[in-house]
Design a binder for this molecule. Sequence first.
Ligand SMILES: *[C@@H]1O[C@H](CO)[C@@H](O)[C@H](O)[C@H]1NC(C)=O
Ligand SMILES: *[C@@H]1O[C@H](CO)[C@@H](O)[C@H](O)[C@H]1NC(C)=O
Ligand SMILES: *[C@@H]1O[C@H](CO)[C@@H](O)[C@H](O)[C@H]1NC(C)=O
Ligand SMILES: *[C@@H]1O[C@H](CO)[C@@H](O)[C@H](O)[C@H]1NC(C)=O
Ligand SMILES: *[C@@H]1O[C@H](CO)[C@@H](O)[C@H](O)[C@H]1NC(C)=O
Ligand SMILES: *[C@@H]1O[C@H](CO)[C@@H](O)[C@H](O)[C@H]1NC(C)=O
Ligand SMILES: *[C@@H]1O[C@H](CO)[C@@H](O)[C@H](O)[C@H]1NC(C)=O
Ligand SMILES: *[C@@H]1O[C@H](CO)[C@@H](O)[C@H](O)[C@H]1NC(C)=O
Ligand SMILES: *[C@@H]1O[C@H](CO)[C@@H](O)[C@H](O)[C@H]1NC(C)=O
Length: 430
Amino acid sequence: MFRIIYIFFVSVLFHQFLQDTCPDTVITNLHQQNCTNQSTSDISYYLNKTDCIPKCLPYSNENQTSSCHVNRNICLPGYQCEKRCGLDENLTLDCNINPNICLPGYQCEKRCGSEEPLGQYSCNSDDDCINIPHSNCLDFCVLSTISAGVHCMAYHLNTPEFADNYFTAEKFKPECDDNGEWVAKQCKGGVNGRCMCYSATGVRLFGEALYSNAENMTCACSRRRNDLESSGRTMVTFHCDSMGNYEPLQCDMEKNICWCAESKTGKLTSPVVPEVAKIKLPCYNTSSVGSQYLRQCESKKFAQSQITTKLKTHGAKYIRTDSLLCDADGSYGAYSISSGMAYCVWRDNSKIENWYSNVDSNIGNLNCNCARDYKRYSHSMTCSSNGNYQSLQQYMDEEGNSLYYCVDNDGFAKSGIVTNSSSLNCSNIY
Ligand SMILES: *[C@@H]1O[C@H](CO)[C@@H](O)[C@H](O)[C@H]1NC(C)=O
Ligand SMILES: *[C@@H]1O[C@H](CO)[C@@H](O)[C@H](O)[C@H]1NC(C)=O
Ligand SMILES: *[C@@H]1O[C@H](CO)[C@@H](O)[C@H](O)[C@H]1NC(C)=O
Ligand SMILES: *[C@@H]1O[C@H](CO)[C@@H](O)[C@H](O)[C@H]1NC(C)=O
Ligand SMILES: *[C@@H]1O[C@H](CO)[C@@H](O)[C@H](O)[C@H]1NC(C)=O
Ligand SMILES: *[C@@H]1O[C@H](CO)[C@@H](O)[C@H](O)[C@H]1NC(C)=O
Ligand SMILES: *[C@@H]1O[C@H](CO)[C@@H](O)[C@H](O)[C@H]1NC(C)=O
Ligand SMILES: *[C@@H]1O[C@H](CO)[C@@H](O)[C@H](O)[C@H]1NC(C)=O
Ligand SMILES: *[C@@H]1O[C@H](CO)[C@@H](O)[C@H](O)[C@H]1NC(C)=O
């Protein structure tokens, strides 16, 4: 009875709220995909929810060739003027002469142009990187995987005017939600391909599965961790499974509490208990968890962050911490830095073959995806020496002719197959 009254009350309130903001509200079931589906070869549509009645509006089909500093309106909705907005943008200008060429939030310290990799700004702690949003100190300030990425709807613009635009995707078009942001789980390569987790802005996150095993994959845990990390939390101790879903046992080690979580959504399925009492939780499994909740990499990182906090409260200014990258399941991240070199490593921190690079070179783009996929699937694709995928791939057909195609950061084809490699420039294909 009370529940019925409660629901009635809430729905009256909700109705009232809508009436206050939108007098003639029409609730439609119009979604981004409905608009994307309307697109023709000439006009692309997107969902506009600004007014009370959501509608599909066409993208402007003006050419995006002028400088976006001159005309900021040429950028995509929700997108800022940076080097991705238009091919002619010249970020290699000296930023001492023109400070406006730096990206929003960047300072002109020889490093805002594409010519100057962020890797050239050395640091002792994350505090030294404070002027570079979302960057961490790994010997050099590197952009963490949070800030980069591309507006989701950008991939859906295929009007002739945009045909040579850097954005225009030939093969993969991400699924976008109603805000034009990336849906967390994106699959590439069809039924024989793989699904992977992404941030709202299209940055690859921890978590992947073969398409055939991905039915229950949600990436909800990886997304949540990424959201918390982008909001500035340095030590997030949720554990995600290999598909980016929640592991059954979750602990927040900063607050010393644990609980059981539903795999797909992270919803609580038990009371929250103090960390010492975790063995009483129904989801506690001695053989998979053991006495220690934190895994090897994150427990090192956790110890470091506690020491740093302690030293800071005692007035220490420059604290040298090891450079440590962990994955969302608590294991070691894609690369490990020692003596100025970034080595591609597996989950247990063992080096993968001989893929490494100098930290001075553009470490912000380092992902070691090719090296890790080699370890996982022993593929026969070509990796760059740093362990990323080489964007131009070559293979032989049955008659022994060489064929070429371009791949993206995840190793999936982003171009068609050609017989003449000089007719392909992979950096012009998105
Ligand atoms: C949008 O697409 C969904 C699924 O195909 C469909 O049920 C719905 O009616 C469509 N909405 C409109 C307004 O056409
Ligand atoms: C969009 O088109 C695809 C392929 O034609 C179809 O499977 C899907 O249901 C459509 N979605 C909506 C929301 O209309
Ligand atoms: C949505 O449409 C309204 C007009 O109906 C316009 O003022 C607004 O700029 C549009 N929003 C976006 C993000 O394009
Ligand atoms: C856009 O560029 C194409 C090719 O350069 C040109 O043919 C077309 O007239 C341009 N459209 C506008 C609106 O400037
Ligand atoms: C880009 O900047 C460089 C260095 O200032 C300059 O030489 C070049 O002409 C510029 N290119 C364009 C297309 O503006
Ligand atoms: C997905 O979950 C359902 C229900 O728990 C289960 O029956 C199914 O086997 C799962 N699918 C995969 C591919 O694991
Ligand atoms: C506990 O973990 C082990 C190893 O991961 C697994 O084989 C076993 O099925 C789990 N037991 C329960 C009750 O979930
Ligand atoms: C390969 O492509 C380049 C550039 O498109 C062209 O100049 C060259 O003649 C082509 N070579 C062959 C053997 O077709
Ligand atoms: C490929 O295109 C990029 C950007 O347009 C250009 O800088 C580069 O020189 C091109 N590479 C080749 C091999 O033509």
